[in-house]
Design a protein around this ligand. Sequence first.
Ligand code: ADP
Ligand code: MG
Length: 253
Amino acid sequence: MPLTEVLPMSSLATAPLIEARDVRKTYRKASVALNVLRGVDLCVYEGEMISIVGQSGSGKSTLLHLLGTLDAPDEGQILYRGQRVDNAPRSARDRLRNAELGMIFQAYHLLPELTALENVLAPAMVRHGVFAYWSRRQALRARATELLERVGLGSRMLHKPRELSGGEMQRTAIARALMNEPRLLLADEPTGNLDRSTGEGVIELLRGLNLDDGLTVVMVTHDAAIAAAADRQVTLVEGRVETTGTPDRRRQA
Ligand code: ADP
Ligand code: MG
């Protein structure tokens, strides 16, 4: 394991936010067993932006889903702030996802019948429940509006997804992912459906959230140029983490 995976680079370094320890995952279909992850170790420090790269089918989405507790490893552990979460009760995993994690996807996954503003508000309703949400609706609406302005969609709040461009849909999804003030953003091919310059705009936005707001970002991509925007790159090859690139730029200073 490279030293950077074990030791923070300087006294400025922060604590591990999320870790995978010897994580293994096999998919079984009929009599075929596919060993997708074969012992992945990964430690993401608070405040980092890292990219996970690898060929299509190398297990990037699988790893991201395990980090996000959407699925559980067959063996190994996922730890969030040093606490094991892969085998935590469902209520604890739901709380983690609702309060600490934000996720975005290649296909945006916006709710088509809701406006951009309503999409951004949806996680608050899920987190607080309808009654608590209703009593706080003005403050929550103000926050959702502010987030949409932050991602450059102040003039698109009442548009439905079909009335938005791809880049605008992904920005809406980012605002939605930020609604519950997560510490960690998991992004699965966030630029996969976007043209180069629109994709770069989305990555710049994520970088800004990382540098200005301290949001930790784990981004999956198969695009080397997009991956290079991160502090560190992790490559999945044959079910293992093969290389880690340069450590956090801010820590090298
Ligand atoms: P990547 O995101 O790197 O393209 P994935 O993690 O999506 O890779 O998938 C890795 C491999 O596991 C692929 O070969 C895929 O077909 C397979 N796979 C993914 N999810 C499932 C599943 N739920 N059941 C069976 N096979 C799966
Ligand atoms: Mg994938």
